[in-house]
Design a protein around this ligand. Structure first.
Ligand code: NAP
Ligand code: SF4
Length: 675
């Protein structure tokens, strides 16, 4: 008897039966743009082998004006069709089905040729769209239909028509972006004409044996968005037009409410999809922040949807479904919804991968094979770098001893998990614990190893991490000064008024920790919705609460400072930095840039501004918390190197600047893959 009867139940679509209730949702990985079709095919086939029944590709542009960025991938030529056959054949051989997403970005297309219903520029793009005339609209429909027929020629089992997240079709649906007075604007019947026409014509072109998924925005989270009556009306119309499945979209890209970040509660929007259940006869998929088989099972058994869509969890672990089906769910590498290696890469023009799985999208390059020359390997440090190196080396057949002077594994991950909104780090540390237990690694905790202890190993890997940088502020030895480790790990008492010195990732984290009263809103979906101003779309257009966000009163009065004159938080994650900045603003955290730290005394932190150290000011606080970055902890590495021993130094012990778990895990895994 499986623990996930709903998740693993088949679903009959008429002409084809899906093995389970999971859609691997569309992700733009940047792989298609590499034109290395073997690599792209291996990415998808690996996931099909892992049990994904139906998957959707990254968005393919139907034409140049609709591409998310110039030269976005699409099926434009017979050569493109041949290239995509490599993908579809490999997925079919692996037992999976694959649909191609057709993504017309409309005014989100990052280029001067972009088009839309009305010439209204989006707040996230510098390019105002050209208003389409009747012929222009007809051209867009034709191009989308052509893309669908080419997808079928390339062997795709169907298409997903992207009608949500504020893209082209969604832009026609709402008055916010559609000011037209012709038959494509005005009444809702007119505004939904384009998406319905697209589905009708794609169905006509593909015939009955192709899957057509329509991705429908259930809650726009922008002003003047759709009502839920309109959502239902559209869902019924796309069903009648020939859609096989309705998938859920949540929030436009320009919405200022987080929808997939780690601080969003798990399955936070399943209740919205549930409102559509019973209104249409075709299967409905729910989405967003579903990252474990337990959560997926719960959502399905609660009747929120017929299927769930998960995307990033399949970057983290391509064998997610196989493991769920074979009672190995505790070994599923968890997606922590950090966006650091997937979406942040996409938006920086880099190929996506995964913080917890550096093999994602690098399946053909980063190969972990059994070793032919097993060695004895010592790994010192159980942060993400050391753990990844130890697990990979052990998986390959090396004999690994793993040491840490702490009594639990995890290193800096144990501080991250204390931050409200970063609860997913608990699951990551638990996963590392499970994997270490299951491996043959000899784990030695609470042991401070010396160079003498390590002399008999064939290889020594030093992953001793970092220690806080000393900012050398006069008076910092006073009783009112702590560092972030005192606060997060040792839970030292902190006063009611606090200055956080240093506004990097940890300064922001500490500030979020200090302003939070009681339980994290990430663990309380109702409170989280209040904090961010999310309403029921059946009551409020677009699902925006009339009174806006209602954050809890902050636990403390916090001032966050940095020396750089730039906007604090500018260097945080590309797709998540804005969330941290808004979250702190909502908690009335004062952010001050461009300071010089003069001295600390019993009154507080004394600062001045500019090169001439002008405008002296005392930030009157009870506690000052130092979050001024780190330096490498290299004492052991230096001692070993002094003896001429062969050591590899990884993670923060190697380079402390811009240390993050992504680099640590990648470096540890790659090193061990090559030993
Ligand atoms: P960081 O990002 O390098 O920030 C250090 C902060 O200390 C900066 O604000 C820096 O700004 C200040 N600083 C540096 N030297 C100083 C000195 N001598 N005196 C006074 N201030 C000084 O380091 P972190 O915050 O410790 O984070 C470490 C790494 O963890 C980051 O690189 C990040 O990748 C990762 N992390 C990320 C997140 C996230 O994205 N949410 C969260 C946690 C950790 P000024 O020089 O302008 O004062
Ligand atoms: Fe999930 Fe982070 Fe990996 Fe992206 S990088 S798939 S969000 S764990």
């Amino acid at each position: 008897m499986t623990a996930y009867p709903h998740l693993l139940a088949p679903l009959d679509l008429g002409h084809v039966t899906l093995k389970n209730r999971v859609l691997m949702g569309s992700m733009h990985t940047g792989l298609e743009e590499t034109k290395d079709w073997n690599r792209v095919a291996e990415f998808y086939a690996t996931r099909a082998r892992g049990g994904v029944s139906l998957m959707v590709t990254g968005g393919m542009a139907p034409n140049s004006e609709g591409g998310v960025f110039p030269d976005a991938a699409g099926l434009y030529s017979s050569q493109d069709i041949e290239n995509h056959k490599v993908i579809t054949e490999r997925v079919h051989d692996a037992g999976g089905l694959i649909a191609m997403q057709i993504l017309h970005a409309g005014r989100y297309a990052y280029g001067p040729e972009c088009v839309g219903p009305s010439p209204i520029k989006s707040p996230i793009s510098p390019f105002p769209p050209k208003e389409l005339d009747e012929d222009g609209i007809e051209k867009q429909i034709n191009d989308i239909v052509t893309a669908a027929t080419r997808a079928r020629e390339a062997g795709y089992d169907g298409v997903e028509i992207m009608g949500s997240e504020g893209y082209f079709l969604n832009q026609f649906l709402v008055r916010h972006t559609n000011k037209r007075t012709d038959r494509w604007g005005g009444s809702y019947e007119n505004r939904m004409r384009l998406p319905v026409e697209v589905v009708t014509r794609v169905r006509q072109a593909l015939g009955p044996d192709s899957i057509i998924i329509f991705r429908l925005s259930m809650i726009d989270l922008v002003p003047d968005g759709s009502t839920f009556d309109e959502v239902i009306q559209l869902a019924k119309a796309v069903e009648a037009a020939g859609a096989s499945i309705i998938n859920t979209g949540i929030g436009w890209h320009e919405a200022r409410i987080p929808t997939i970040a780690t601080s969003v509660p798990r399955a936070a929007f399943a209740w919205v999809t549930k409102k559509l259940m019973g209104h249409v006869g075709i299967p409905v998929i729910t989405s967003n922040r579903i990252n474990t088989p337990e959560v997926a099972e719960q959502v399905l058994s609660d009747g929120c949807a017929d299927m769930v869509s998960m995307a990033r969890p399949f970057l983290a672990d391509p064998d997610f479904l196989h493991k769920a089906a074979t009672s190995q769910a505790q070994t599923i590498t968890p997606c922590i919804a950090c966006n650091q290696a997937c979406l942040d890469h996409t938006f920086s023009g880099k190929i996506s991968t995964c913080l917890v799985n550096p093999r994602a999208c690098f399946e053909t390059e980063l190969i972990i094979e059994p070793t032919v020359t097993p060695k004895s390997i010592a790994v010192v440090g159980t942060g993400p770098a050391g753990l990844s190196a130890a697990l990979t080396a052990s998986e390959r057949g090396h004999k690994v001893a793993l040491f840490d002077r702490e009594t639990r594994i995890g290193g800096q991950l144990n501080m991250a998990r204390e931050i409200p909104g970063k609860e997913e780090f608990h699951g990551l540390v638990d996963w590392f614990e499970t994997m270490v237990k299951q491996s043959g690694i000899d784990l030695c905790l609470g042991v401070e190893v010396t160079a003498d202890d390590l002399s008999d190993f064939d290889e020594v890997i030093i992953a001793t991490g970092v220690k806080p940088r000393d900012p050398e502020i006069p008076g910092q030895e006073g009783p009112n000064v702590l560092n972030y480790i005192d606060v997060l790990r040792h839970k030292a008492p902190v006063g009611a008024r606090v200055a956080v010195v240093g506004a990097g990732g940890i300064g922001f984290d500490v500030a979020e920790f200090l302003v939070q009263v009681g339980e994290s809103p990430t663990l309380d979906a109702v409170e989280w919705r209040n904090e961010w101003g999310i309403a029921d779309p059946a009551e409020m257009r677009g699902g925006l609460a009339p009174d806006g966000p209602q954050p809890e009163v902050p636990a403390r009065q916090v001032t966050l400072l940095q020396r750089k004159a730039e906007r604090p938080g500018k260097r945080l994650g590309k797709t998540t930095g804005w969330i941290h900045r808004i979250a702190l603003r909502m908690k009335e955290v004062e952010m001050i840039s461009g300071v010089n730290y003069e001295f600390i005394n019993h009154k507080g932190l004394h600062v001045s501004f500019g090169e001439r150290r002008e405008n002296p000011r005392c930030i009157e606080v009870d506690t000052i918390v130092l979050c001024t970055g780190q330096i490498s902890e290299r004492r052991l590495a230096d001692a070993l190197e002094a003896r001429g021993l062969n050591v590899s130094v990884i993670g923060g012990a190697d380079v402390a600047a811009e240390l993050d778990a992504k680099r640590a895990i990648d470096q540890g895994t790659r090193l061990a893959a090559a030993l």
